[in-house]
Design a protein around this ligand. Sequence first.
Ligand SMILES: [Zn+2]
Length: 109
Amino acid sequence: MTAMIIGSCTMCGERALAHPERSASFCSACARWYALTQTARAQLHDLLEPVVHVWVQHWYAIGVEARDLSEQVELLGLHWAQDGDRNAIHIVREALALSVQPPGVTPST
Ligand SMILES: [Zn+2]
């Protein structure tokens, strides 16, 4: 068993248990946030991966090279990340607005 020491949270500076072999340590609140966001990312990956596989198979069968398809995925990632994640945040906010609107109501952007 590895000994734990009291350190400070990498995110907020509060007291935290620090693992001597890890560079980051988290207080309980930041550990919860970290675990939730990592799980959300893993779930998004799991949801997107089958769709991307179908998309790749479709375009590869038509004759688009794997390198060109990979470049399109990279370009989409850059598009979502441009301007400080404004595009990705817009997509998330739009999804949140849709989730709280009654059916048939289009949220304003
Ligand atoms: Zn913290």
